[in-house]
Design a protein around this ligand. Structure first.
Ligand SMILES: *Cc1c(COP(=O)(O)O)cnc(C)c1O
Length: 491
């Protein structure tokens, strides 16, 4: 177990706020006596800044280093946050993204001067098209959710040109919340359909609501329960027969690379989450990229500018009359695109397939190790993540939230909880391919140990966490009325 967090200076969370630290007269830097202040224009000088801490450079450094040790990330411990794919992000990606030719590139530089960057983007589009089985790709959207909106705009543009943009989008009950949100933002009404006992969509459920008013069905495969939608081809046929299109939320591509292509399953449009599947540090609102792949018939509607290759040179072209326009400034989140390119190139086709196979193996390994202790809502084999519930632990009055909080005492980031919404008390575990067997075993041991505690000493689990700087927060109030002053725990 982790000791109560202590920063590098042994103070950590007990440290006072920086505004309560220091002492009058201390400074990180002194101007030479004879020069300095006297030479600065008076309007730049201030005698005193009220409440400003006076500290030595070293004290400042210790303060912030101490705080940084309270942070939790993929480089500190196991981070099995389902749906988010918190895999390790290889450092080579960072090295390449920081090459001056990429990092210092001016977004308004003319194409002749940025041929290398354009070539990288062009090739990344081709590689993503190959991996997903689509014909063309735009790299502009800055997140999965923006990819969804862009994809739906393409669908709307295409159907409008055919004579009727239609009014509705079908979204399964297992979908990520962004799917109905994007549909609404794009002016569509959302029709929800329910998954069956195994957690997948039956063609019959689609047939009941599919008619000429439906523009598209949005499906996630593997879905948010970590289960493969094996009826996807039949569902695609049903939707197409009534003139609709099939949208695939490809955030879970980590399970499919090199094994199966959504483009072979009847999918017309999809988005890919580069920050998840193709490794960019994300979370806490970090940068992302949600490229959109399309079948050839939708290519005229793609956002501009598009990167085209002519006579061995790359150019940015805007002359596509049916385009939906621009969805993001410049080239999208370029740094994320460089990382994804580097990741794909460094792994190669075999490496990508191995990555997905390992992701599946790790999730199934954890599923097997935990299935006797925790209730499994779906009996289908899982893909890259598995969902358990708190049904057995509820008998002792211990809930998913209690289990998640207790995991913090064991030094693990909890899985995603209470999602997907269709599963009561869900614990959604995504181990990712980068974790070793030892880590998976240690996590499984912690989960089994917590289940034992739930039986023998439920109060211990219900009172968790016990070892973190703060106990349970009122999360809504913590966000709305944050109290930034630290107070020692009473227990
Ligand atoms: C993460 C995720 C999204 C949204 O992606 P963002 O990049 O966070 O906008 C959509 N669908 C699924 C299934 C996801 O896991």
């Amino acid at each position: 177990m982790r000791e109560r967090s202590a920063g590098a200076n042994g103070r950590g969370s007990d440290a006072p706020l920086i505004f309560e630290s220091g002492s009058p007269g201390r400074s990180g830097f002194f101007w030479p006596e004879e020069k300095g202040a006297a030479e600065l224009p008076p309007e730049l000088l201030r005698d005193e800044i009220s409440g400003f801490p006076e500290m030595g450079e070293f004290e400042v450094l210790r303060h912030f280093t101490g705080l940084s040790h309270l942070n939790f990330g993929i480089e500190s411990q196991f981070y099995p946050l389902g749906s988010c794919t918190m895999k390790y992000n290889p450092k080579v990606n960072e090295v390449v993204a920081r090459l001056p030719g990429f990092a210092l590139l001016h977004p308004l530089a003319p194409p002749e001067l940025i041929q290398g960057a354009l070539e990288l983007l062009f090739q990344l589009e081709r590689m993503l098209a190959e991996i997903s089985g689509m014909d063309d790709v735009t790299l502009q959207p800055a997140a999965g959710a923006q990819g969804e909106l862009t994809g739906l705009m393409l669908i709307r543009a295409c159907l409008a040109e055919r004579g009727n943009p239609r009014r509705k989008i079908i979204v399964p009950d297992t979908a990520h919340g962004t799917n109905p949100a994007s549909s609404t933002l794009c002016g569509y009404e959302v029709i929800q359909i329910n998954s069956n006992k195994q957690g997948i969509i039956e063609p019959a459920a689609v047939e009941q609501v599919m008619d000429e008013s439906v523009a598209a069905l949005m499906i996630t495969n593997p879905n948010t329960l970590g289960v493969f939608e094996k009826n996807i081809q039949a569902i695609a046929d049903l939707v197409h027969r009534r003139g609709g299109l099939l949208y695939l939320d490809g955030a879970n591509l980590n399970a499919l690379m090199g094994i199966a292509k959504p483009g072979d399953m009847g999918v017309d449009v999809l988005h890919i989450n580069l920050h998840k599947t193709f490794s960019t540090p994300h979370g806490g609102g970090g940068p992302g990229a949600g490229p959109v792949g399309v079948k050839a018939f939708l290519r005229h509607y793609l956002p501009v500018p598009r990167i085209q290759k002519r006579d061995e040179a790359y150019e940015l072209r805007e002359d596509f009359p049916k385009t939906v326009g621009r969805v993001r400034s410049f080239f999208g989140n370029f740094g994320v695109l460089v990382r994804a390119y580097t990741y794909i190139i460094s792994l190669g086709a075999d490496g990508l397939e191995e990555t997905s196979r390992m992701a599946l193996l790790n999730a199934n390994y954890l599923k097997k190790k935990l299935e006797e202790t925790f209730h499994l809502p779906s009996t289908e084999p899982c893909m890259h993540e598995c969902v358990f519930t708190d049904r057995h632990q509820q008998k002792q009055g211990v809930s998913t939230l209690d289990i998640a909080k207790r995991l913090l005492d064991y030094g693990f980031h909890p899985p995603t909880i209470y999602f997907p919404l269709v599963v009561s008390g869900a614990l959604m575990i995504e181990p990712t391919e980068t974790e070793s067997r030892e880590t998976l075993d240690a996590f499984a041991d912690a989960m089994i140990s917590i289940a034992r505690e739930a039986k023998e000493n439920p109060a211990l689990v219900k009172g968790a966490p016990h070892t973190t700087p703060v106990g349970r927060l009122d999360e809504a109030r913590a966000a709305r009325r944050p109290v930034l002053r630290w107070e020692p725990r009473k227990d």
